[in-house]
Design a protein around this ligand. Structure first.
Ligand SMILES: *[C@@H]1O[C@H](CO)[C@@H](O)[C@H](O)[C@H]1NC(C)=O
Ligand SMILES: *[C@@H]1O[C@H](CO)[C@@H](O)[C@H](O)[C@H]1NC(C)=O
Length: 247
């Protein structure tokens, strides 16, 4: 039997096309649900978490970062933060944080903690105060499968670029830095593009430390790869051989 195109299916097709063409709703890169404890429906924790989320959706976009805690009593209190990539506009940031908060609650229903990462933002919530501490347990890495031709030199230059960007990010108010490094000769100009960013609850010193730990993780995931990222709960580094930022 031939299927009929109802208005609903047309709408769906349009939505899918729109999504693919304009990236209206990107897929998460990764998520982690905290294994500690679950909360119950209609509990104080749930209502505090919802208030926290609304507050972060409201306050994050203007400066690209927001942190808050909601609740009076310790075992009902929810802590959270949201961070947008340094090259996001306020409206892109808002879209990403709204999607992220919805999606992590879908993926971690009733978990007292969870984290989710996208290209454009990340969101983390927990039932304990994690602000100002480097999170080096919740991390993951991604890489481009393609290999470079001269891995030793390429790895060395990537590390140089990212170390400089780590230092810059740790001194900047947005705790974000991006830049590129020319590689290859005049006849064969190529660049490595890099990005470093920390959540702004960290001190400058801890930001630099977090980023250096991430850079030290690159040989494990991304040795000689054309692109790589080490992403964590407090900071992330990324490099590619093409410009990947909006700026
Ligand atoms: C929390 O809930 C999930 C599924 O809803 C379950 O798999 C998990 O075991 C629960 N965790 C605890 C600590 O009760
Ligand atoms: C890259 O190098 C690794 C290790 O030498 C090899 O296993 C892999 O197949 C290479 N990848 C590509 C896309 O050529």
């Amino acid at each position: 039997m031939p299927s009929k195109l109802t208005p609903t299916t047309l709408l769906l097709i349009f939505a899918l096309l729109f999504q693919t063409c304009f990236g209206a709703s990107a897929n998460p890169l990764y998520h982690i649900c905290s294994s500690s404890e679950n909360f119950t429906a209609h509990s104080s924790y749930e209502s505090n978490l919802k208030t926290l989320i609304n507050s972060l959706i409201y306050k994050t976009p203007s400066i690209g970062f927001g942190s808050a805690s909601v609740g009076k009593y310790q075992n009902q209190k929810a802590y959270g933060l949201a961070l947008c990539s340094g090259d996001m506009s306020a409206s892109e940031c808002k879209t990403c944080v709204s999607d992220a908060t919805k999606e992590v609650l879908n993926r971690c229903p009733y978990n007292k903690g969870g984290m989710i990462w996208y290209d454009n933002c990340m969101f983390k919530y927990l039932d304990t105060d994690f602000f100002g501490k480097i999170d080096n347990t919740n991390t993951f890495a991604m890489y481009n499968v393609r290999n470079v031709t001269d891995p030793a030199m390429f790895n060395y230059l990537t590390k140089e670029l990212l170390s400089l960007l780590a230092y810059k990010a740790s001194l900047s108010p947005k705790m974000y830095a991006s830049g590129e490094l020319k590689i290859g000769g005049e006849s064969n100009k190529k660049y490595i593009y890099g990005l470093t960013q920390c959540t702004r609850d960290l001190s400058g010193r801890d930001c630099n430390k977090c980023l250096h730990d991430a850079i030290r993780g690159l040989p494990n995931c991304c040795d000689g790869k054309e692109g790589g990222r080490v992403v964590g709960g407090s900071c992330n580094v990324r490099y590619e051989i093409y410009p990947f930022l909006k700026e």
